[in-house]
Design a protein around this ligand. Structure first.
Ligand SMILES: Nc1nc2c(c(=O)[nH]1)N[C@H]1C(S)=C(S)[C@@H](COP(=O)(O)O)O[C@H]1N2
Ligand SMILES: [Mo]
Length: 364
């Protein structure tokens, strides 16, 4: 059998899908991690995935930035950026994943950012716990939601709005929620929220509001566009659905061998090959197990050390590559017993697809 990796006729075949011009535009703005970068425990900032709904705001310097906390608090505060940095500082290693990751792999798919596997990354985020500031301002009893407003603005459907998301008061007071000004020990890059963003560990990325300058406490559930019109798991348009919150268990592998550049079909030589990857889950739930499948047979992978409650875990598996075609897969199980489904679970918006990754490899 001729190697499908080296066969030009196979290489030139399209993937048979029909991505729209709008999807291609979104994919050019919102980059994913290169899967080989999964070898890094901490993703270099420039290789971290990116998802921006609107334009990246131009913020020339942090000097004129301030954070306002108002609404149902005893004391309205407005803190200049420089003062924020004088607050108690912590650094946490956190894996972020976009809720739409895997959207392009469900069918039919919502036309939106067509992520396959790549909307994930891990960084060391430095900032101050939000909890202290909220406690300092004094939350009033009738406060229900804490709304985080970014300064970026745009239109979805017919709603003109700034990117804003809320957390329930109890979730906002979680000790691990951070107001962040540095990523991997450098000031935030413009596209990752310079100069200030929220990081909500264990939640899908939409909760971690960038370009944050205003926190508002309100006495009702927030009904902003990004809160109620999207980021809802739905089976059909009339389904009231359930809000997207914490990250589901997932794993990915670094595709082995060398790629055919256009198709990314992989070529490996026969013999021992160590497969590497990462596995993670939400809410700080540890990973208990990763398995690797070669043409339908599952094997246990070895977990590397834990590098943080909210950070992905490295795994590896010593594979023996034999001549021919291989379909490689990996599957993680977390400490709550959640396992990745073999087939994507369909969702209207393409949210929360944690179906197993499949990598086609040709060995010769
Ligand atoms: N202000 C603002 N914050 C935002 C977004 C945005 O468009 N505007 N996108 C959200 C989404 S959907 C994700 S997945 C994460 C992505 O963070 P990153 O680009 O730093 O990886 O930011 C979130 N915070
Ligand atoms: Mo996202």
């Amino acid at each position: 059998m001729q190697s499908p990796v080296l066969d030009p006729a196979v290489q030139l075949q399209g993937h048979g899908d029909d991505f729209t011009d709008e999807e291609v535009r979104l994919a050019n703005r919102n980059s994913g991690i290169m899967l080989e970068m999964l070898r890094h425990d901490v993703t270099p900032a420039g290789a971290h995935y990116l998802l921006n709904h609107f334009d990246v705001p131009y913020v020339a310097s942090a000097d004129s930035w301030s954070l306002k906390i108002d609404g149902l608090v005893n004391e309205h505060i407005e803190l200049p950026f420089a003062q924020l940095q004088n607050l108690p500082t912590v650094t946490k290693r956190v894996t972020l994943e976009c809720a739409g990751n895997g959207r392009a792999l469900v069918s039919p798919r919502r036309q939106s950012m067509p992520w396959r596997y790549e909307a994930v990354g891990t960084a060391e985020w430095t900032g101050t716990p939000l909890k202290h500031l909220l406690q300092q301002s004094g939350i009033q009893n009738d406060a229900v939601d804490v709304v985080f407003h970014g300064i970026d603005k745009g239109i979805s459907k017919t709603d003109i709005h700034s990117y804003s998301r809320s957390l329930k008061v109890a979730d906002a007071l979680h000790e691990d929620v951070l107001l962040v000004w540095a990523m991997n020990a450098q000031p935030l890059l413009p596209q990752h929220g310079f100069p200030l963003r929220l990081i909500v560990p264990g939640w899908y990325g939409m909760a971690s509001v960038k370009w944050l300058n205003h926190i508002e406490l309100i006495d009702h559930p927030f009904d902003g566009h990004q809160q109620v019109k999207t980021y809802i798991y739905r089976k059909d348009p009339n389904d009231p659905g359930t809000p997207v919150t914490t990250i589901k268990v997932k794993s990915l592998m670094v595709p082995p061998g060398i790629p055919e550049w256009y198709s990314d079909r992989r070529l490996v030589e026969p013999g021992p090959i160590t497969l590497h990857g990462k596995a993670w889950s939400g809410k700080g739930t540890p990973i208990n197990q990763v398995e690797v499948c070669d043409n339908g047979t599952w094997h246990s992978a070895t977990l590397d050390r834990d590098t943080g409650k909210y950070a992905w875990r490295s795994w590896y598996y010593d594979w023996q590559a034999t001549p021919g075609a291989h379909s490689l897969q990996c599957r993680a199980t977390d400490a709550e017993g959640n396992t990745q489904p073999l087939e994507p679970v369909w969702d209207q918006g393409g949210f929360g697809n944690n179906g197993v990754q499949t990598v086609q490899v040709w060995c010769e």
